[in-house]
Write a protein that binds this ligand. Sequence first.
Ligand code: NDP
Ligand code: HSE
Length: 430
Amino acid sequence: MKPIRVALLGCGTVGTEVVRLLTDQAEDLTQRIGAPVELVGIAVRRPNKHREVPEHLLTTDAEALVKSDDVDVVVEVIGGIDPTRGLLLEALRGGKSVVTANKALLAEHGPDLFEAADASGADLYFEAAVAGAIPLLRPLRESLAGDRITRVMGIVNGTTNFILSAMDATGAGYGETLEEASRLGYAEADPTADVDGFDAASKAAILASLAFHTRVTASDVYREGIRSVSAADIAAAKGLGRTVKLLAICERVVSPSGQESVAVRVHPAMIPRTHPLASVNGAFNAVFVEADAAGEMMFYGQGAGGAPTASAVVGDLVAVARNMVASGHGPRESAYAALTAQPMGNTPTRYHISLDVADKPGVLSQVAAVFAEHDVSIAAVRQEGRIEDASLVIVTHAATDAALRSTVDKIGGLPVVRDVVSVMRVEGEE
Ligand code: NDP
Ligand code: HSE
């Protein structure tokens, strides 16, 4: 049996666990694939730091390793756009299959990578790029290929879910909860990619591309992070039997004339505490998928961490290796639908708005008039308190996001409104 020769690019949190799995499971992998897997090189930046792997495999010259004739498959767990983009294009153009966990690269340059893979006949697998260990991309790409997916909605960032879950549990504010998450090692020293929603937006782009057979890149994704989620937002959500989650939402939108487009967005939203995603706490991920024939499905598990992510990486490596043994290849890019991306302003959403108002005659009618002016229908109104401290909670029916934003802006300027306490989109109920 000719071995499948693997080059590993990166040996950090994920890479170290990939090496461990390949070593510990070598015999089983050989049986499952029908050929042994041989690690022929590991590219890193600082070889002296890597006492855990055989020294003779280490190199700082990732480019030479990728170009080597002794390599069949390149596994990339470096991360980021440079130098990974060039390295993976080089590998694919040379006919070497690629397994990557790099969501940022796929969300920015996925189409280039797919084109290179198609041209040379190489495979491109990336299960670990979204929701770590959870088998999600293969179900979207293969198991549900006979169905019509209408919506994918999920919690795809563990750091922000940890923070929001803790805020919900303790009532604490965002700043102090982020500090606690950093102290416990759940948030990185620079948490920007997570808390500002960049990580989730990359994952949303990948999910939407697969679900809707359309090229969706990070620039097509509307993005809001969790920095502005306040203790008041969380309390308002709790008061109405809801909780706040950072959601990645990918939807197939059909216009009244039957024209289809995709709407892809990442933002905090209130969801009912009875929704399956509401019980996903801590650093876990979960993704809810709706398809015409299959109905509703939920995928749940560990979305990050060295070992869970390595499980998905090595699973992909097995798939690629099996394809090689069978002289075949995996699924190609499927972007035939080429749906357009709908701007956020046109996307239908629902809002929860909490206001501090004076409790006197005519206030509610002034507020309601602004909703009517913008053609936004009110679903529920609740008032609490009297005279000085009245608070008004309004939940709308679906309207375009632009109309809802204009409504909130105008309400904030009404003299009878003392403060707009909380504004948040509502998902998971109608
Ligand atoms: P780490 O930062 O822990 O590891 C990165 C590795 O890449 C290090 O070994 C580093 O070398 C090496 N490296 C960096 N630059 C170069 C370079 N120019 N040439 C060769 N090697 C280089 O990252 P992670 O393991 O956490 O993440 C890897 C990928 O997996 C990323 O794309 C990430 O988004 C993705 N991912 C990570 C998850 C996680 O939980 N960590 C979850 C899901 C996906 P050295 O060690 O010598 O510095
Ligand atoms: N930083 C990501 C998270 C893990 O918090 O979920 C890698 O995708």
